[in-house]
Design a protein around this ligand. Sequence first.
Ligand code: AMP
Length: 175
Amino acid sequence: MSARLDLAAVVRRVPNFPKPGILFYDISTVLADPVAWRAAVDRMDRLVDHWQPDLLAGIESRGFLFAAALAYRAGRGLVMVRKVGKLPGAVVSHSYDLEYGSDTLQVSEGLVPPGSRTVLVDDLIATGGTARAAVSLLGKVGADVVGAAFFIELEGLGGVERLGVPARSLLKLEG
Ligand code: AMP
């Protein structure tokens, strides 16, 4: 039997990006490796399937990659949680505080049937600010956010604890 692929070893670490002191976990190396990418999606699918969702919600932009593959694989719908100004037509917005300033996420109106069992998907959770804002936004459009799934969780930053919904992560790495 072949050894289980160590996905954490495939993720590229880039020190001091996008600013000094940040260790950036680059999933490009996982995406570019067909065996690793398939293993990542298959293992994420097992995390997500636990909640038996109707819909997945991916956070722009690396969250889209996981959410799209997972939605297609399991036959679930997909909703895009986008940065401000990218979606056409009527949108619902949610603003949240950053260390310096604030940011806004948006979802198109009328996409989420009320009460849909929805799982939020992103590549990585650090402080949890982005994911928490996405959970609030999805709540505003009537989704029942039953969980959140991450490829990478940075430990020790309190992100998952801050979320307010159950979370599952494939890789737990140093924050
Ligand atoms: P946070 O809101 O602090 O949980 O940050 C999560 C968002 O920022 C995710 O969409 C990640 O893609 C990105 N992010 C934060 N920290 C890192 C990191 N060290 N490496 C790669 N992406 C990160």
